[in-house]
Write a protein that binds this ligand. Structure first.
Ligand SMILES: Cc1ncc(COP(=O)(O)O)c(C=O)c1O
Length: 439
């Protein structure tokens, strides 16, 4: 059998629409004129890709068409989330070349090198790969905290409070304190100072952790506010640590809001995701001090999150940072998101929030449009939509954006096609319109 050491031309960042092309028109991942039959048939041409043949790795289940890694597939027409991004051929190639050692024994070089690479990028001592953003957040919260009575303060709209199945209460036994930003955009130092419980009165659950999120719903938490909050929190007695849900911190940095190092310096721990706008299939990372990460590693094991041959996952994560973040694809995504927002406003729509990174918030309530109506209009144009939140990622293609324009025409009433603008409101506002998934 053949092992395909594939060096496939990556078509995924070109914004071509894969579905509009036939398999034959794609750059072939196989050697000159080799057919799938030849690649599957051990008696046929056995020179393999780039001359590599590995009889230990069977590929008898190879699909009868170019494989799913060589195209962005349905992700090109999917505006529901950036989690839908499809892994690329270079991720497949990296996976084929990864080390296959045991990461619980901390022997897997691909994983160890990703962890030290991210520690360098963020300016933290070390880091720990985890399987999901939720695990990264919950593990970090648990690692920071001792035992009750205690409370954790966070934005009322944040993922860690709203979308992690109540993990702070069950896994850490802490009382969550949700804060609604007074400025309707982001949590400020004043918001934190007002709501943090500093009292030693035994009626209360003192605040032992502040969790912030950046970006939140695509909007940016300014670096200056993070710095001020950190300075204030660290000056308390006892000092209050800060955790950042930086699932999409990459986006804030790509938008020019500050460097990874400057943002991460404000926080005692940071979780970042590879599996959202960066396009990796799986995985997140926690960055912090060695002491913190040692404890998080211990708790990760307790939760069953210790991985064996982790390189098969972490190889793609590394490619996602190199190619999507460092490769500069996120800022192009932001430009495209602004184009989508402008298109909506030009057609007469209002925005529920400003477009600062890769998310566009269509104010559906302003035009009395239900989530269902939007989704249905999307289906007619071959698009996947979830609600007023339209997420642009680097694999969205030109044809999809044009189709989105037609969806807008279909749902916007004629009289509103005058002058659109950004209306007040935060994430709750969009949630009024429909119970949309904020993944
Ligand atoms: C801001 C934020 N944090 C954390 C997560 C959790 O990530 P995961 O789905 O990998 O658990 C998400 C998921 O979309 C998210 O949007």
């Amino acid at each position: 059998m053949l092992l395909r050491h594939v060096s496939i031309t990556n078509t995924q960042s070109t914004n071509d629409c894969p579905e509009t092309k036939t398999i034959l028109s794609r750059p072939s991942p196989f050697p000159d004129n080799a057919t799938m039959r030849e690649l599957k048939d051990p008696n046929a041409n056995t020179n393999g890709i780039n001359g590599h043949i590995d009889t230990d790795h069977a590929t008898s289940n190879m699909p009868d068409s170019s494989n799913a890694w060589s195209t962005s597939g349905s992700a090109a027409f999917d505006f529901r989330s950036d989690t839908v991004t499809s892994p690329t051929s270079s991720m497949l190639a990296a996976t084929q070349h990864c080390t296959l050692l045991d990461d619980v024994f901390q022997e897997d070089q691909t994983t160890l090198s990703l962890e030290s690479f991210i520690a360098d990028l963020t300016g933290k001592e070390t880091s720990l790969f985890v399987i999901s953003g939720t695990m990264g957040n919950q593990l970090s919260v648990r690692t920071h905290l001792g035992g009750p009575p205690h409370s954790v303060i966070a934005d009322a709209r944040s993922h860690v409070l709203e979308w992690e199945a109540g993990g702070i209460a069950s896994l850490s036994g802490a009382m969550p304190i949700p804060i609604t930003p007074t400025n309707g955009h982001h949590i400020t130092p004043a918001d934190i100072e007002t709501h943090t419980i500093l009292s030693t009165d035994h009626h209360f659950a003192p605040t032992r952790l502040i969790c912030l999120e950046n970006t939140l719903g695509g909007t940016i938490l300014p670096l200056k506010d993070c710095q001020e909050i950190a300075q204030w929190a660290h000056a308390q007695t006892p000092s209050i640590p800060l955790h950042l849900d930086g699932a999409r911190l990459w986006e804030a940095v790509a938008a020019g809001a500050g460097s990874l190092k400057d943002y991460c310096a404000c926080f005692d721990s940071v979780t970042m995701c590879f599996s959202k706008g960066l396009g990796a299939p799986i995985g997140s990372i926690i960055c912090s001090t060695t002491t913190f990460i040692n404890r998080a590693r211990h708790l990760r094991k307790m939760l069953g999150g210790g991985l064996r041959q982790a390189g098969v996952i972490t190889a793609s994560a590394r490619v996602s940072v190199d190619e999507t973040f460092l490769g500069g694809k996120l800022s192009a995504t932001h430009t495209r998101a602004r184009e989508v927002a402008d298109m909506w406003v030009t057609k007469g729509g209002k925005l529920a929030q400003p477009t600062e990174t890769n998310m566009v918030w269509l104010d559906l309530s302003a035009i009395n449009c239900s989530t269902e109506k939007l989704i249905e209009a999307g289906v007619k144009e071959g698009l996947k939509l979830l609600g007023g939140r339209v997420v642009v990622h680097y694999q969205v293609c030109d044809e999809a954006v044009k189709a989105l324009g037609r969806v807008m025409d279909a749902i916007l009433p004629t009289q509103s096609k005058e002058i659109g603008h950004v209306s007040d409101g935060v994430r709750e506002k969009a949630k009024e319109v429909g119970d949309i998934d904020m993944e």
